[in-house]
Design a protein. Structure first.
Length: 63
């Protein structure tokens, strides 16, 4: 598990052993993947997001 922090919150990146299906709570798309990211928002919410949304939120940190 890898942890990253940005102004958007904290992210816990996890690579699972098997494929799992879940609803990304940022883009509202169903995903089937081994990678799940838990996003702990600035307001204290915990959301499961996809790798694509994780990458987008990380890229905002650089700007």
């Amino acid at each position: 598990m890898k942890e990253t922090s940005t102004p958007e919150g904290r992210f816990l990146f996890e690579r699972l052993e098997t494929v799992t299906e879940f609803l990304c709570q940022r883009c509202n798309s169903m995903k089937k993947t081994k990678i799940v990211v838990t996003w702990l928002t600035k307001s204290g919410e915990e959301r499961k997001i996809c790798n694509g949304c994780y990458g987008f939120l990380l890229s905002k940190r650089v700007q």
